[in-house]
Design a protein around this ligand. Structure first.
Ligand code: FDA
Length: 391
């Protein structure tokens, strides 16, 4: 049995940060992962360029049963702290949109940076270790297929359930439950929405069409791009709304954000009286969408012959299109997992379980989920850091 000051299970964003921080403070840290290489989600993130944080990080951009829980960690390790680390390693980056910071080159640079920091901090990183048992007596004992380890502190950093084919597991949830920590029911977040029946019949031929919309779910509104897919809707606006969507409820789309749809259609009638409705609508919307909507909502006559009533009804549809998803594309396509270990069971100062001294949970395994746009990595960095400070 090898002994350490702390064992971190999960060498993703949060686990690496926790291990680095503890190592820098002189702790002997073992960082275990079942995957062959660490940080695999970092590598695929942001389309391979890793959207590693956001300039606009603030607690309101995170979902949790306790929306205030994330405040302390985000304040102790901010986006500026991570940006300083990236700058120290001379990794070129840029702001893409809405405060989202991406590497100019590959996400590999972020993993290489974290591995260099871990190595400098003396972290003992062991990949390809399958954890088969965790027990707690006077210390935590972790049994793996390649050796047994013990430490007085254990950090669960194995992430959420998203993308199981990349090795995501419910390990943290299951283990936390065994230690008596409550869970907020997990669900896929930042995920494409699926539709059935007439809605899907309308959407399917539009697969590939993208446009700027405002998508509303509950009281949350997101103005970003939306994409029609073979199964329904995707794109940033929909992914964002999906995290707030409750099964059975409708979402609402505004296809002409910031514009007066009725005024636009009525003036198109004046300006282009002889135009087909699909042609007039194509001045406002992508061509294929214009054709589908014109056919579905207007009589087959030239614009001059369209009753104002019909144009106003279509305008209402363009401004407030209520659609009820049949579901989501699930964990296979979700960028994150909503819910997770209930924050009530954890100290917001250091992520330690209140009822199990020495047990810490960080990152996506916890019931804190960020918006799309670098927020989830910032949560991983911040929660990992505060745990690392306490190990
Ligand atoms: P993470 O999942 O990163 O790490 C968990 C680690 O634990 C993994 O190394 C895994 O192998 C290991 N593990 C799991 N089960 C184990 C077990 N039983 N035993 C041992 N080890 C185990 N966010 C963002 O802010 N910007 C972005 O650009 C993106 N892009 C993005 C793209 C895609 C396709 C996805 C799926 C997700 C994103 N995200 C994102 C979300 C982001 O990747 C995610 O929130 C963080 O990686 C969470 O960090 P964690 O360290 O908590 O888990």
């Amino acid at each position: 049995m090898e002994r350490f000051d702390a064992i971190v299970i999960g060498a993703g964003a949060a686990g690496l940060m926790a291990a680095i921080t503890a190592g820098q403070r002189g702790r002997r840290v073992l960082l275990l992962d079942h995957a062959e290489e660490p940080g695999k989600k970092i590598l695929i993130s942001g389309g391979g360029r890793c959207n590693f944080t956001n300039l606009g990080v603030e607690p309101a951009r995170f979902l949790s049963r306790n929306p205030h829980f994330c405040r302390a960690a985000l304040a102790r390790y901010t986006q500026q702290d991570f940006i300083a680390l990236v700058a120290k390693h001379r990794i070129p980056f840029h702001e893409k949109t809405l405060g989202q910071l991406f590497c100019d080159g590959s996400a590999r640079a972020i993993v290489a940076m974290l591995l260099a920091e871990a190595s400098a901090a003396g972290v003992d990183l062991r990949a390809a270790h399958r954890v088969t048992e965790v027990t707690r007596a006077e210390a935590f004992q972790v049994v793996t297929d390649r050796g047994d380890f013990a430490a007085p502190a254990l950090v669960l950093a194995t992430g959420g359930l998203s993308i199981p084919k990349m090795g995501a597991t419910g390990f943290a949830h299951d283990l936390a439950r065994r230690f008596g920590l409550p869970l907020v029911t997990p669900a896929p977040g930042l995920v494409p929405l699926t539709f059935e029946g007439e809605d899907l019949a309308l959407m399917r031929p539009l697969a590939g069409v993208a446009l700027d919309v405002v998508a509303t779910a509950g009281r949350s509104r997101f103005r970003e791009a939306m994409l029609f897919t073979h199964r329904g809707l995707s794109g940033p606006a929909i992914l964002q709304a999906s995290s707030y969507w409750q099964p059975g409820e409708a979402i609402t789309l505004d296809l002409l954000p910031g514009r007066d749809a009725a005024a636009l259609l009525l003036s198109a009638k004046q300006a282009r009286p002889r135009a087909e409705p699909r042609t007039a609508l194509a001045e406002l919307l992508p061509q294929r969408l214009a054709a589908v909507l014109a056919e579905a909502h207007l009589p087959p006559r030239i614009m001059a012959e369209q009753p104002d009533r019909a144009l106003r009804a279509l305008a209402e549809r363009l401004a407030r299109w209520p659609l009820t998803p049949s579901g989501t594309e699930g964990y296979a396509k979700a960028e994150v997992t909503l819910g997770g270990i209930d924050t009530d069971a954890l100290s917001q100062r250091d992520m330690q379980a209140k009822a199990v001294p020495g047990l810490f949970v960080v990152g996506e395994a916890v019931d804190v989920t960020g918006w799309l746009g670098g927020y989830n990595f910032q949560w991983a960095w911040s929660s990992g850091f505060v745990a690392g400070q306490a190990l």
